[in-house]
Ligand binder design. Structure first.
Ligand code: OGA
Ligand code: ZN
Ligand code: ZN
Length: 391
């Protein structure tokens, strides 16, 4: 009966020419290649019932595997495979939820990402209160989701005590220890090994482009601001959404976008005990051409090694990209106050600060962590009650 979805049960059949499974569902035909289907068989011979992990390797599946028969059950489709007679039972919900026909270019990592210019934030940066964040798991998930969607969140009223930045990182993931230690102090040093440890301006950049992989999350926790009234003393922070900037570059100057995404750039960092090098494009695309990561840091860029013509073309694009990243309309600015802790996606959001008065004891503590842990924490906090027991 049309419109009565309850009676519109899918029916399964074998596609004679290919041996694939065909499922008629809601007026559409969903095709599932036999090899794919067999690889995803959920039976206890194929998936370990305790861990849920796959027991076979693709080479264990007969190359000429084909769907031989299907039978419809109320909630499942039972499939037998030739040539070995293996039997699999797929839930209808799982099949329709994993349909290949109609699967577009949706990018699981891009889901829900909200690219922004300064004006899009309406003068309000995503923020949360530390106490509520600690006490309320739903609130904590929402604040961390801001990092996934907008690329950053500011936690307010985090205790102004040295080392607390590590406590913040451990609420959602694991601290990525580096040659700078578990945490690093950002303050004016007499013999700085990094321009961050001076009172100079720092233009928009991502941190540690000389590592592969880069730390994907960065935290900056303010212990002291540059000036008592926060006015005129400088040291204001600026953030730029690199994914938005990349979308603008792709739109405004496809040629520049092509060289910036297509040129391998080297970055390096050297001190007494460290010699780091990494070589990656400034904008990293996935095989479908979607922006996956930004790496940009003029301070640690090494001389570009490429044929003469490529260097010429690169420099034109590089200039356009750098100029775009400096546009005021892209940059949101604020002053970190003691107790503020900024958490941001270091593969997407570029950070900057203005110069400040060296006589004032501005002091931040920073550390690195990773997005996989943050995303896992959000996913676990968002689970239905007890769903994890139901594997
Ligand atoms: C850094 C940095 C910004 C600041 O330490 O990575 O960019 O506000 N610092 O001092
Ligand atoms: Zn199986
Ligand atoms: Zn930095």
């Amino acid at each position: 009966m049309p419109g009565d979805t309850g009676s519109m049960r899918e029916t399964a059949s074998v596609r004679a020419a290919t041996g694939d499974l065909e499922l008629a569902a809601d007026g559409r035909t969903l095709r599932f290649p036999a090899g794919w289907l067999r690889d995803n068989c959920p039976c206890p011979l194929c998936l370990d019932p305790v861990t849920g992990q796959r027991l076979h390797d693709i080479t264990d599946i007969p190359e000429d595997c084909a769907v031989a028969t299907t039978s419809d059950e109320p909630e499942h489709i039972v499939v037998t495979f030739a040539p070995d007679g293996h039997s699999s039972r797929f839930s209808r919900a799982w099949l329709t939820g994993h349909a290949l026909d109609g699967y577009g270019d949706s990018d699981p990592r891009a889901d829900g990402k909200q690219l922004w210019r300064k004006a899009d934030l309406d003068g309000r940066i995503p923020e949360g209160d530390w106490r509520a964040y600690l006490e309320n798991p739903g609130y904590r998930a929402d604040r961390l989701r801001d990092v996934m969607r907008k690329g950053f969140v500011m936690l307010r009223d985090v205790p102004v005590a040295a080392g607390t930045v590590l406590t913040v990182a451990r609420t959602f993931g694991y601290v990525r220890e580096t040659n700078y230690g578990a945490l690093f102090d950002v303050r004016v040093e007499p013999a700085p090994e990094n321009l961050a440890f001076t009172s100079s301006e720092i233009t928009p950049h991502t941190d540690n482009p000389y590592r592969d992989p880069v730390p994907t999350v960065q935290l900056l926790h303010c212990l002291r601001s540059a000036g008592p009234g926060d006015v005129g003393a400088g040291g204001e922070s600026g953030l730029v959404d690199g994914f938005m900037a990349a979308a603008i570059l792709r739109d405004e100057d496809p040629e520049a976008f092509a060289v910036v995404t297509g040129t391998m750039c080297s970055f390096g960092y050297t001190d007494n005990g460290t010699e780091l090098r990494a070589c990656q494009p400034l904008i990293h695309l996935d095989p479908r051409g979607r922006v996956r990561g930004i790496r940009f840091n003029n301070r640690s860029a090494l001389p570009l090694r490429a044929p003469y013509d490529e260097v010429l073309a690169f420099y034109a694009g590089y200039r356009r990209w750098a100029a775009l990243l400096r546009r005021d309309e892209l940059r949101v600015e604020f002053t970190l106050k003691p107790g503020d802790c900024l958490i941001f996606d270091n593969t997407r959001v570029l950070h900057a600060r203005t110069a400040f008065t060296a006589t004032e004891p501005r002091h931040l503590q920073g550390c690195y962590a990773d997005l996989d842990g943050l995303e896992s924490t959000v996913a676990v906090l968002s689970r239905e009650p007890r769903s994890w027991t139901a594997r």
